[in-house]
Design a protein around this ligand. Structure first.
Ligand code: PEP
Length: 248
């Protein structure tokens, strides 16, 4: 399977800054076919801008969250139909920052994943343990519980999701899981997917957590690491393109 490298800009960007960043990425790619599928997930107000800049290019785009509701009196929320209006291909759900700062539960994350799929947008479902959970030997149990909630909700559509293993202690900290640590968890997730769908091989399992131009190649060389979800390094064109090149 071709690897997938997705950028998560988080709450960063501006009209001028986004344009310069995206243009630098497109210029860096030139006419070459990238070594991996690529996507950029931007704050919702910039989706129209990404659509205008990226339409017809090798880079897909997406959002960082979606409502679990279809439409209606949910002030501040963004529906999957709205993401579709801007031709989003992906939406991140259950990022640890949303679980941590916005109280998102496994059940809510699962509802968001289900809503995204029903609306024709691929959810990138984030799972991952905190440092305390890792130190307590709970890593497997935590990621399996988080993924199980989504599998339960999306049922026969499980092979259509993307999973991102993002150890919370590695996000934005500069501490990366070693390739062996990451592979171990990815293998657990692959086994869980195998029990839930006839096509586990179709599911990209991305690694996220301080992946950068220097460490990407060794992480992406692991058999069950099918790509990366990139935060900080997706804000620098050269770094992001280097990570994509590492996928070859
Ligand atoms: C993320 O926000 O999903 C992420 C992986 O961030 P960083 O690469 O900055 O650790």
């Amino acid at each position: 399977m071709r690897k997938l490298i997705a950028g998560n800009w988080k709450m960063n960007g501006s009209l001028a800054g986004n344009e310069a960043l995206v243009k630098a990425m497109l210029a860096g790619l030139g006419n070459a076919v990238p070594a991996a599928d690529m996507a950029l997930c931007a704050p919702a107000p910039y989706l129209a801008q990404l659509q205008a800049l990226l339409q017809g290019s090798a880079i897909a785009w997406g959002a960082q969250d979606v409502s679990g509701h279809e439409q209606g009196a949910y002030t501040g929320e963004v529906s999957v139909a709205m993401l579709k209006d801007f031709a989003c291909r992906y939406v991140i759900v259950g990022h640890s920052e949303r679980r941590q700062y916005h109280g998102e539960t496994d059940v809510l994350v699962a509802a968001k994943a289900q809503r995204a799929l029903a609306g024709g947008v691929t959810p990138i479902v984030c799972v991952g343990e905190t440092l305390a959970e890792r130190e307590a030997g709970q890593t497997e149990a935590v990621v399996k519980r988080q993924l199980a909630a989504v599998i339960h909700a999306v049922a026969h559509c499980t092979s259509e999701i993307v999973v991102a293993y993002e150890p919370v202690w590695a996000i934005g900290t500069g501490k990366t899981a070693s390739p062996e640590q990451a592979q171990q968890v990815h293998a657990v997730l692959r086994a869980q997917l195998s029990a839930a769908t006839q096509h586990p091989e179709r599911v990209h399992i991305l690694y996220g957590g301080s992946m950068n131009a220097a460490n990407a190649a060794s992480l992406l060389a692991q058999p069950d690491i099918d790509g990366g979800l990139i935060g900080g390094a997706s804000l620098k064109a050269a770094d992001f393109l280097q990570i994509v090149a590492s996928a070859s």
